[in-house]
Design a protein around this ligand. Structure first.
Ligand code: TYD
Ligand code: MG
Length: 442
């Protein structure tokens, strides 16, 4: 074989190069390039036949069939239940409760369909122990401990499973590829093969994936575009509450979330969840401000906690947990420029209570208030609430779904509102410009 008929592939990231090199140019891994043979011969396609096209009119009026997962909160996050033969990715940080949720789901689904729970991480004994804890008995749920993709596919056929839960994509690998389980090339290949298999046979697959520290699914983002639905289980490992969010859904909206509580006997659904993520302190400490965040038709009350300390060395540090760091930096810049708050020699730390992750821009004003409250050392009233989006000009903007938030706030006994509108609760304080924030603490 001539040298030109081969190329080199990084087993870590899938980068391809014609020349061998010790270090991968793309991901920086050492000694990860393996030689592969090019497929030079063109695939013989003797004759190609046209396919019958379909008319949209045939589909009109047909509703997507959905199966209930037996957990209202899970159905809700899926946009109304599981679509048969769909491919769902369930992501989350290690220890957050993915395996527990998946096992409960498998047990529920097995009541109506042949279901197979495959684990590449735990033995039958370990899973059985968890099953006992969660307290279910299911005659129809089958278990398999396996890490090899080819064996898994054969076993699914053998077990005649219609629903498969696979824990996790990072532990399985195919014999056809070099590289260890969890490497990007393996993750991509295994996902593609599972998808092809599931769509061909009409099997529903729920695939678990670990999330790296930066919040992305370990492995490529390419995995996300392959699957039908991506769900994330979020929350604080030490805390009790978990939120199930969908970031992609081919069968419905992505804005509805499910809420669960981690108990002794597994994850239980929480229906009245508005204040679940709030800490149960009697009063707010300096640096704390409450805001109402909308997730679909639900409103959650969370506490933004800020801490400012003098920078001892080098650049001031900014850290955010549950809130975008870029957005925090933006708000600090707005406070510095428009309110004259001196933060250039201060480290700023920001945290959202209960492990809640905020995407809603309506929390901006509460972040600004928390930072001012922390730097001035003055606390806000426990029954107060801040709602507002910040513009770069330092202007405070209206938030969407204001009525929904206020209705819930009134029901829960909030009395004071900081917003641009100056109406809504019994005491309303108008914050039209960012300097008004600082005036509150002077
Ligand atoms: P697990 O589902 O193993 O998390 P993941 O698969 O996401 O890594 O569960 C994580 C934690 O949940 C574990 O530390 C123990 C706790 N837990 C409970 O509190 N109650 C229960 O009934 C179970 C099964 C687990
Ligand atoms: Mg697990």
């Amino acid at each position: 074989m001539s040298k030109k008929d081969t190329f080199f592939v990084c087993s870590n990231c899938g980068f391809e190069t014609l020349k061998w090199q010790g270090k991968c140019d793309s991901c920086g891994a050492w000694n990860s390039l393996t030689e592969q043979v090019k497929e030079l011969t063109k695939k013989a396609h003797a004759q190609v036949n046209a396919k019958k096209t379909s008319s949209f009119a045939e589909l009109a009026g047909k509703k997507t069939q959905r199966i209930s997962t037996g957990m209202g909160e899970f159905d809700r996050a899926l946009g109304g239940g599981l679509v048969p033969a769909s491919f769902v990715l369930l992501g989350g940080e290690p220890g957050i409760g993915k395996s527990t949720l998946a096992l409960q789901l498998a047990a529920n689904l097995s009541a109506n369909q042949q279901t197979l729970y495959i684990s590449g991480e735990e033995s039958f004994e370990q899973v059985a122990l968890r099953a006992q804890r969660v307290g279910f008995q299911s005659e129809k749920l089958e278990f398999l401990a396996e890490r090899n993709l080819e064996v898994i596919l054969e076993s699914i056929v053998n077990a005649k499973a219609k629903v498969v839960v696979l824990d996790s994509i990072q532990t399985i690998s195919s014999l056809d590829l070099p590289g260890v389980a969890g490497s990007i090339s393996q993750v991509r290949e295994c996902t593609e093969r599972l998808l092809e298999f599931a769509k061909g046979k009409g099997i529903t697959i729920i695939l678990i994936g670990h999330v790296t520290k930066d919040g992305s699914l370990a492995g490529p983002k390419t995995m996300e575009h392959l699957v039908d639905t991506v769900l994330y289980l979020e929350g604080e490992r030490e805390g009790d509450f978990r939120i199930l969010k969908s970031s992609k859904n081919r069968f419905g909206p992505v804005n509805e979330v499910g809420v669960f509580e981690m108990r002794e006997d597994g994850l239980q659904e929480v229906v009245n969840s508005a204040e679940s993520f709030l800490s149960k302190q009697a009063d707010l400490a300096p640096g704390a401000c409450i805001t109402a965040v909308c997730e679909g038709s639900r409103t959650f009350f969370v506490e933004i906690q800020a801490l400012t300390t003098t920078t001892n060395f080098g650049y001031p540090k900014r850290l955010a947990s549950g809130f975008s760091l870029n957005r925090l930096q933006l708000i600090i810049a707005i406070l510095t420029r428009h309110a004259g708050l001196k933060l250039d020699n201060k480290d700023v730390y920001l945290k959202v209570s209960g492990g809640f992750k905020i995407d809603d821009p309506a929390a901006d004003l509460a972040v600004a208030l928390a930072i001012c409250s922390a730097s001035q050392g003055k606390a806000l009233d426990k029954h107060s609430l801040a709602l507002g989006e910040l513009a770069l000009s330092g202007e405070v903007r209206k938030v969407r779904k204001l009525e929904q938030r206020l209705k819930e706030a009134e029901r829960l006994g909030y009395r004071k509102l900081f917003s641009v509108e100056a109406k809504g609760l019994s005491e309303n304080i108008r914050i039209g410009q960012i300097p008004d924030v600082l005036k509150l603490f002077s």
